[in-house]
Design a protein around this ligand. Structure first.
Ligand code: IPM
Ligand code: MN
Length: 367
């Protein structure tokens, strides 16, 4: 079959890591008899430089035309890049938020899994890692603080900034259902994370999640306060299966979860709506400090492409093949610099490779 993939290469390391994911997709096409066509979509800093805004209506239309969108990363150094001298609604990130909202991508799946081969890159003690961990963070993506009213104004002579955290019960219900659905295909446990001891939005969140849970009798539900969750992630990450949480908490906790897997360069993500369409992107940022050096880890992007095969195209066998290829390459001890701690560098059996070589190795293992 022919699949139409929108591609947002974006800024920083974006183009380098996306190139490797396309390489792997093309290999999947060759081996399994599919073809992928790519339509380059401008978003982020590159779009600002080219046309003055981070996302145009044409770019949104292009994304809607595609069967799914594969994205690298957007944004630059927030202290030095001229993009951050622009008003907030014209900065690179505004493009991504607008795209998520325009496509109604409310469900953000971020799997955090520790590969046995990467134990040495995990910053946690061996006894804490135990048998390893495998969790799915289900982050609400189109509500909460990210999309509430905001303003900065002078009130009685004092500069004051306001952001609002709003959720209605429908928004909570639809993401909660997604969380429970995913849990049913995994270890049947949902940890719903909130701040119900302080926030009204969290109290409503908890109430609606409990209502939804009644339709999933086989799933064990527990509630956890977000501050405690931040602590539990480094104390006992093995306890989590599905973490269900609102937008801002999910943003923060998913970075933390990625780091305990060894590197943010390993964490893929899928942003889904009510259709088969999805936006697939690594959870990490544009890493402007290493852009263009050919050392960025393309694995998160390659694993995001695997999620695209699975969730948007229903190509499970093909997705399995990509994930297995990644595992093989790690097993053969190939590492990009971010997953290669110093002690490993001295071992002769471990080979440090760059971005393109990692992509080649993985593509080569697709069969
Ligand atoms: C992410 C990123 C974005 C977010 C930024 C770039 C707006 O950090 O996808 O986690 O906060 O959602
Ligand atoms: Mn983030």
């Amino acid at each position: 079959m022919d699949y139409k993939v929108g591609v947002i290469s974006g800024d920083g390391i974006g183009p380098e890591i996306v190139r490797e994911a396309k390489k792997v997709l093309d290999k999947v096409g060759e081996v399994f008899g599919h073809s992928f066509s790519y339509d380059e979509i401008l978003m982020g800093g590159v779009s600002i430089d080219a046309v003055g805004v981070p996302l145009t209506d044409e770019a949104i239309a292009q994304a809607k035309e595609a069967d799914a969108v594969l994205m690298g990363s957007i944004g630059g150094n927030t202290s030095t890049s001229p993009w951050y001298k622009l008003p907030a609604n014209l900065r690179p990130e505004a493009g991504l938020l607008k795209l998520r909202k325009s496509l109604n991508l409310f469900a953000n799946l971020r799997p955090a899994y520790l590969y046995g081969e990467l134990r040495a890159a995990c910053p946690l003690r061996d006894d804490i890692i135990g048998d390893g961990f495998d969790m799915m963070i289900m982050r609400e993506l189109t509500g909460g603080l990210y999309f509430g009213d905001r303003r900065t104004e002078e009130q009685d002579g004092v500069m004051t900034a306001v952001d609002t955290l709003t959720y209605n019960e429908n928004e909570i219900r639809r993401i909660a259902k997604r969380g429970f659905d995913i849990a049913m295909k995994r270890r049947k446990k949902v940890t719903s994370v909130d701040k119900a001891n302080v926030l009204d939005s969290s109290r409503l969140w908890r109430k609606v999640v409990e209502e939804v849970a009644k339709d999933y009798k086989e799933v064990t539900l527990e509630h956890m306060l977000v501050d405690n969750c931040a602590m539990q992630l480094v104390k006992d990450p093995g306890q989590f299966d599905v973490i269900l949480t609102e937008n801002m908490f999910g943003d923060i906790l998913s970075d933390e979860a990625s780091m305990v897997t060894g590197s943010i360069g390993m964490l893929s993500s899928a942003s889904l709506n009510d259709t088969k369409f999805g936006l697939y992107e690594p959870s990490g940022g544009s890493a402007p400090d290493i852009a263009g050096k050919g050392i960025a880890n393309p694995i998160a992007t390659i694993l995001s492409a695997a999620m695209m095969l699975r969730y948007s195209f229903d190509l499970d066998r093909e997705a399995d093949a990509v994930e297995e290829a990644v595992r093989q390459v790690l097993k053969e001890q190939y590492r990009t610099v971010d997953i290669m701690p110093q002690e490993e560098a001295e071992k002769e059996s471990v080979t440090q490779v760059g971005t393109a070589q990692m992509g080649d190795l993985i593509a080569d293992k697709i069969r």
